[in-house]
Design a protein around this ligand. Structure first.
Ligand code: SF4
Length: 463
């Protein structure tokens, strides 16, 4: 493309969705090994923004050791008479999209969770500085969003500067989220759909409602409204809510229609406030996962920042593999932290009365939104590290889920799967008669699952 002729690598849609494995990377910026990282867009007064300015505070790519991870903060400042604060979150999400257009740049997640890799191949082609990335951001922002009159980009890689500014950014995200609280799904006729993550999860479409923040936690209903207003043909667009056919599960005619259209027929129904049945699809940049623990008939929740294994013995990454990809997986549900602060949070499943475990740090973050009578009943990693520990804890504190155990006799023993459980099989391949049949999003119900090691038979004598 002419506008990128001075950029040492290609820039275009074709590079969206490109994955860069550890062994192929030159450096990593942010990501799970780096505690402080962020990306932030701020709307400023005209005189505070110098058109086209790109600054790097700290070492540039060429000064970073190959194969290592570094802190990163991306601050994009914009100005223009028609700009308003509500647009900051929407603009910020574009950083993900635009970075992914650059050959050899992989950008994952958002806000305080960004994870970027630069490929060795692109570094060798000349992408040895953050400056070309800044140029691409500036040009794409201004060519796609004409209401931006001035824009400047600052990359922070100095650890002390990133850490100071990351703390400030967190306060800005919190204030933004708080602004969006107070409006209910019943009060509006329009929801918003977001298709930004389709480059990674083609059948995924987020439904943004006042009380169900989308999976990435980065775009509120107000942000969606502002985005649709400035770019009606963009990736975020309005959808008529339609008739509410189930207020508890959160099923709306307009949402089903939008999901069907947006997922190109892969998804027919969406229940917004549950992790079972037809849960909202999970792309890949969800902030947390609600995962069903059949042995105690409750949900565990783990956030992306939790490094240890969860109470069921699986780390976030493994649970994410079972959840992501734009699928609807019964009992595995990608969510945002802000949705955990909503009165509609897993409403159809019992809300916090169905949550049995989460990391202590996450519990502290959302603690004020957990009903007081349940708060002490939810175990953390401090109280339960295994399912038997969890079961004992829940019985001791008489967690509301224990009433379900009584109703059904007793919870299944660890290792035994209850009759009602449904487990994700993902894309289950079966090879038979020379052809391969793939069951997409298969749901398998079984009365009992028996797992036995296969012992090869000894050959019979004389055979
Ligand atoms: S997670 Fe949802 S709302 Fe966020 S960028 Fe992706 S599709 Fe859009």
């Amino acid at each position: 493309m002419e506008m990128f002729s001075d950029i040492p690598v290609e820039v275009g849609l074709v590079h969206e969705g490109e994955r860069i494995r550890r062994k192929e990377m030159q450096v990593e910026l942010g990501g799970p090994d780096i505690p402080d990282k962020f990306e932030l867009v701020r709307v400023r007064e005209m005189d505070r923004v110098e058109q086209g300015k790109i600054s790097i505070e700290g070492p540039d790519l060429s000064e970073m050791e190959q194969g290592k991870a570094y802190p990163l903060g991306i601050l994009v400042e914009v100005a223009g008479p028609a700009l308003e604060e509500d647009l900051e979150g929407v603009f910020e999400r574009r950083i993900h999209e635009y970075c992914n257009y650059i050959e050899g740049v992989m950008h994952l997640n958002q806000r305080y969770d960004i994870w970027i890799r630069i490929s060795r191949k692109s570094f060798q082609k000349g992408l040895t500085s953050l400056v070309p990335i800044g140029k691409v951001l500036i040009r794409l922002f201004q060519s796609e969003l004409s209401i931006i009159d001035r824009i400047q980009v600052t990359f922070l890689t100095d650890p002390a500067k990133v850490s100071g500014m990351a703390a400030e950014a967190r306060q800005i995200y919190d204030a933004r989220d708080a602004r969006a609280r107070g409006l209910s799904d019943e009060e509006v006729d329009t929801f918003y759909a977001c298709a930004l993550c389709q480059s990674f999860a083609p059948s995924h479409i987020c439904i943004i409602t006042p009380q169900r923040f989308p999976n990435c936690g980065a775009i509120s209903w107000f942000d969606g409204r502002a985005a649709a207003r400035i770019d009606p043909k963009g990736s975020i667009y309005p959808i008529a809510k339609g008739e509410c056919t189930d207020a508890v599960k959160g099923e709306y005619g307009g949402v089903n229609e939008a999901a069907k259209k947006g997922s190109m027929g892969s998804v027919h129904r969406v229940w917004l406030y549950t992790g079972f049945g037809y849960p909202h699809t999970s792309c890949g940049c969800f902030e947390a996962i609600a995962f069903y623990i059949p042995e105690v008939e409750g949900f565990g929740i783990v956030d992306r920042g939790y490094k240890d294994v969860t109470v069921n013995g699986l780390p976030f990454s493994t649970l994410a593999d079972s959840t992501a990809g734009g699928r609807q997986v019964d009992g595995f549900h990608g969510i945002s932290i802000e949705y955990m602060r909503s009165p509609k949070f897993l409403q159809a499943d019992g809300g916090y009365g169905r949550v049995v475990w989460m990391p202590a740090e996450l519990k502290e973050r959302v603690g004020a939104f957990i009903p007081e009578e349940i708060r002490g009943c939810i175990a953390t990693d401090g109280e339960a590290k295994t399912v038997p520990d969890l079961k004992a804890y829940l019985a001791k504190v008489q967690h509301p889920v224990t009433a379900r155990w009584m109703a059904g006799g007793s919870p299944a023993r660890p290792g035994e799967i209850p009759r009602s459980a449904v487990f994700p099989a993902g894309d289950l391949p079966v090879t038979a008669g020379g052809v391969r049949i793939i069951f997409k999003n298969a749901r398998i119900h079984a009365d009992r699952v028996i797992i036995q090691p296969v012992i090869p038979r000894k050959e019979e004598k004389g055979a």
